[in-house]
Design a protein around this ligand. Structure first.
Ligand SMILES: [Zn+2]
Length: 168
């Protein structure tokens, strides 16, 4: 009987994947704390747009005015220590939903830091010489193939449909 159920499950799974309808976009709601400056908010919008371009319609991050949201971006005073010394920003956990950003982050690093932290909440862990390197560089302004692959695995997306840059 178990075998029959497994068979039916496989049948239905194939039925779903064989559908001609395009997969609907998965929307992930984000809330950005009101304490960010206008400039910082624009930089957050830029980082979100970069991830949305990369995710290519399979998943879309949408910034909402109100909570509750899946992802929350909070501004934290630089005087409050992060989990490791000199942390510019951090997430609650990989695949989590809270991004804390120190208010004294160098403005040249703000977009790369946001791209990196969004990578964490989308499921990517640290990998050297990628957007997910623990040391973020100002030129990390796009999502490289390694980071894209890790996020695709975590979110169960088709990795070949992600639009990544060449890397760094
Ligand atoms: Zn990190």
């Amino acid at each position: 009987m178990k075998w029959l159920l497994a068979c039916l499950a496989t049948f239905f799974a194939f039925g779903v994947s064989a559908s001609a309808d395009p997969t609907p976009t998965r929307i992930v709601h984000m809330h950005v704390d009101s304490s960010f400056t206008d400039r910082e908010r624009l930089q957050i919008v830029q980082a979100v747009a970069t991830w949305n371009r990369t995710l290519n319609g399979q998943v879309r991050l949408e910034i909402e005015r109100d909570e509750p949201s899946v992802i929350v971006v909070k501004r934290v005073p630089g005087s409050l220590p992060g989990p490791v010394p000199y942390a510019a920003a951090w997430t609650d956990f990989v695949g989590g939903n809270l991004i804390n950003v120190h208010d004294d982050v160098d403005s040249k690093l703000f977009v790369p830091v946001l791209l990196h932290e969004l990578g964490h909440v989308l499921g990517a862990e640290h990998v050297e010489q990628t957007l997910m390197s623990p040391e973020v560089e100002p030129e990390y302004l796009c999502v490289d193939p390694t980071t894209g692959r890790h996020v695709a695995e975590h979110l169960r997306l088709n990795p070949s449909s992600l639009l990544t840059c060449k890397g760094f």
